[in-house]
Write a protein that binds this ligand. Structure first.
Ligand SMILES: Nc1ncnc2c1ncn2[C@@H]1O[C@H](COP(=O)(O)OP(=O)(O)OP(=O)(O)O)[C@@H](O)[C@H]1O
Ligand SMILES: [Mg+2]
Length: 250
């Protein structure tokens, strides 16, 4: 069963066709990966389906509903959550506080929540929910640690935790394990697989193919704003077109 589908999605920047008719489908409770050389349009694709860029053509369907061109807060209300690197002010908060501020504000401006101290006085229920998520992510022992003291990989898990606080259906991540040590990077992807068993779907852009390929269900390969190959990981990695774009640099 597919949860997300794009048809002929296009996005142009001053005549540059960053997305040039992209058709991608994501099945429910799977981990779908987008790869491709630098500048091939991967981040543009993610930003367009999440509402940060308005497409110049084509359609985005989520759970069968047309969500094309909706602003980020509306996309978020549909259950699509894009994770972001922890911004500086949030790093002063503890791990637990980071999850509490996210609960109602991921789709809005997280910094507003911080400014108005909205995370204070939350109901016990929310704190319990945050702890359940931290336990699931195996970072509950870090709950009262200021986030700036965490390792890169632990911070990524906090980002996932903030996303989980919003009960997402689809989590979208751009290079979640960039700069993360291999052992923790594997743990992070194992956690994603566990989450697909809990009804969560992932759409991920990542360059570190050596680590991620064994975890993903389906792969799209982009080059020059188009999908040039798709299939199961082993199919894609054996596709001469894929080898060519990587060797040729785009
Ligand atoms: N906001 C923008 N304004 C103008 N051009 C942009 C903008 N965002 C992306 N581009 C251009 O669109 C093309 C695709 O960029 P994009 O960031 O989507 O690539 P990518 O596949 O994510 O690359 P990388 O692997 O390096 O992150 C590039 O040529 C880039 O320079
Ligand atoms: Mg990118």
């Amino acid at each position: 069963m597919k949860i997300l589908e794009t048809r002929n999605l296009s996005k142009f920047f001053d005549g540059l066709k960053a997305l040039n008719g992209v058709n991608i489908e994501v099945d429910k409770r799977t981990l779908t990966l987008i790869i491709g050389p630098n500048g091939s349009g991967k981040s543009t694709f993610i930003n367009t389906i999440c509402g940060f860029y308005k497409p110049d053509g084509g359609k985005v369907y989520f759970e069968g509903k047309d969500v094309t061109g909706l602003p980020p807060n509306k996309i978020y209300e549909h259950g699509i959550v894009r994770t972001f690197q922890t911004p500086q002010p949030l790093k002063k908060l503890t791990v637990l506080e980071n999850l509490l501020v996210a609960e109602r504000h991921v789709g809005e401006n997280v910094l507003n929540a911080l400014r108005y101290g909205k995370w204070l006085g939350q109901e016990e229920e929310l704190v319990e929910k945050a702890f359940r998520i931290l336990e699931f992510l195996k970072i509950d022992h870090l709950w009262d640690r200021e986030s700036y003291k965490l390792s890169g990989g632990q911070l990524k898990l906090v980002e996932v935790g903030r996303a989980l606080m919003t009960n997402p259906k689809l989590i979208v991540m751009d290079e979640p394990i960039a700069g993360v040590a291999p052992a923790l990077a594997h743990d992070i992807f194992r956690t994603f697989i566990d989450l697909t068993n809990k009804e969560i779907t992932f759409l991920i852009v990542e360059h570190r193919l050596d680590i991620v390929m064994s975890y993903v269900d389906y792969v799209y390969v982009m080059a020059n704003g188009r999908v040039i190959s798709q299939g199961k990981p082993e199919e894609v990695m054996n596709d001469p077109k894929v080898v060519e774009v990587y060797m040729g640099g785009g």
